[in-house]
Design a protein around this ligand. Structure first.
Ligand SMILES: [Zn+2]
Length: 453
């Protein structure tokens, strides 16, 4: 589907001659025969090399066949047979591109290719291929096939990078980011007993992939053990699609804090208690929900805040609720930003408690630290995208990704491509072939720029 139109067909810097020659080499596979590598290397130094879009999208289609369901999506949950079969197929492709693949103790597929500068730390790239039950064909898969296409394009050009390259297909992303968190030394013992969507526990699942849960701690990486990690991913939101932007430059993966919020009033008869003598916990809760929404909207920044669950007691039609239990969740790129929203909500809560005669208490039960991307990699991604004639926007990632675990020990960069209508974790998940190609071209260009540093 290479050459198909759509938003973001790039304005090229290559002359038509160069371009035709390059495309001919790329599509006929002559690059692999290493007949005229200097042409590609010329492109590398002062032009923008492109990946083989046809091969890339063919592989996307092939990957979609592993665990395909009747709805047009996939049920390739972590540790399933489909997961294992797809990994076997990918292992073969990595060998074809000159990489040495193996499964680590955490069940990650890791493939290495030495660089010319043996003392340099590796550049890592990759994503995941496991899906949620009833998932789509792009989440994780664009980044995985993208990393493989970068590997194949480099092999076509017989180009050896200075840094060693490491391609990673992380295990069990959707079920708790097990593989990437193991590399950061963050997986806790109790997690291994959790039963996943495959029906296997994480421990059994890791074993099925060829790992060893008893030696999980040995895969932990040390600070500075990698030059950088790059992940290409679909946005899973509608911002890029709606605003017709080609590439999102991710500023970081948002931090998350969650609280249980309890509102206490007085339970009383719904028929005999006059309206001016009520301490209705549900009314307090209703005004609180509105406060959360308006506070997050009004404050400058890109924070989001949600009341996602609510339970009233006693929960019958003819009794004024005496107690409401809710959740509050706030996400932002910085933990300080989350605190600011939380404090602002609490400042304005005083008026609500006075007017509704209710009391509020908060119990924090979940924290996930924000993971900013490296500012210097953001700039390289931006420059690379613009060099390819693509429009960019800086944005936070509201969803969690493997990159946030890797950020605990290495500088990370993330590239987003548009998700049609923002649909994700569903069979209708979609990204156009051209957008997939654009993202992988940015991934390749960013890698080459990083490698030159
Ligand atoms: Zn994902």
């Amino acid at each position: 589907m290479e050459g198909e139109g759509g938003r973001g067909s790039r304005s090229t810097l290559l002359s038509d001659m160069d371009r035709q020659h390059f495309n001919r080499l790329a599509t006929t596979g002559l690059m692999g025969l290493n007949l005229r590598p200097q042409i590609w290397l010329d492109l590398l130094s002062d032009q923008n090399p492109e990946v083989n879009g046809r091969r890339l999208n063919q592989r996307m289609s092939r990957l979609a066949s592993f665990g395909a369901n009747a709805a047009g999506g996939i049920d390739r949950v972590a540790f399933s047979d489909a997961n294992i079969e797809a990994l076997d197929w990918i292992t073969g492709l990595l060998v074809e591109s000159g990489f040495s693949p193996s499964i680590d103790f955490a069940g990650n597929l890791i493939a290495r290719k030495p660089g010319s500068g043996s003392e340099l730390p590796p550049i890592m790239l990759g994503s995941h291929i496991d899906s949620v039950p009833g998932g789509g064909n792009y989440d994780g898969q664009v980044g995985s096939m993208g990393a493989l296409e970068v590997a194949a394009s480099l092999a076509d050009a017989a180009h050896t990078t200075r840094h060693s390259l490491e391609i990673l297909i992380f295990s069990n992303e959707e079920g708790g980011k097990t593989g990437s968190r193991a590399l950061a030394g963050e997986v806790e013992g109790f997690e291994l007993d959790i039963v996943t969507a495959s029906g296997f526990t994480i421990a059994d699942g890791i074993q099925r992939l060829g790992g060893n849960p008893n030696r999980l701690t040995e895969v932990r990486r040390t600070d500075g053990s990698a030059e950088a990690f790059l992940e290409l991913h679909i946005e899973q939101g509608a911002v890029l699609d709606t605003d017709e932007i080609d590439v999102g430059v991710v500023e970081g993966i948002v931090g998350i804090m969650r609280w249980t919020v309890t509102v206490d009033g007085s339970t009383n008869h719904a028929g005999t208690t006059p309206m001016d003598r009520r301490a209705d916990a549900m009314v307090g809760a209703a005004r609180f929900i509105d406060l959360v929404h308006t506070t997050a909207r009004r404050m400058p920044g890109q924070q989001v805040a949600t009341v996602g669950r609510l339970e009233a007691e006693p929960g019958v039609p003819n009794v004024i609720p005496g107690r409401v239990t809710m959740t509050l969740e706030i996400r932002d790129l910085s933990m300080a930003g989350i605190e600011r929203v939380y404090n602002e909500i609490n400042r304005n809560l005083v008026r609500i408690t006075e007017e509704t005669e209710t009391r509020f208490s908060f119990q924090r039960f979940y924290t996930s630290r924000a993971a900013p991307t490296a500012p210097w990699i953001r700039e390289i991604i931006e420059t690379s995208a613009r060099g390819l004639g693509l429009s960019t926007r800086r944005m936070p990632s509201g969803a969690g990704h493997d990159a946030q675990s890797i950020a605990l020990f290495a500088p990370v960069g993330m590239i987003f491509v548009p998700s049609v209508a923002g649909i994700s974790h569903a069979p209708d998940e979609n990204t156009s072939p051209q957008d997939v190609i654009n993202g992988v071209n940015v991934l390749l260009q960013t890698l080459l720029e990083l490698d030159e540093r």
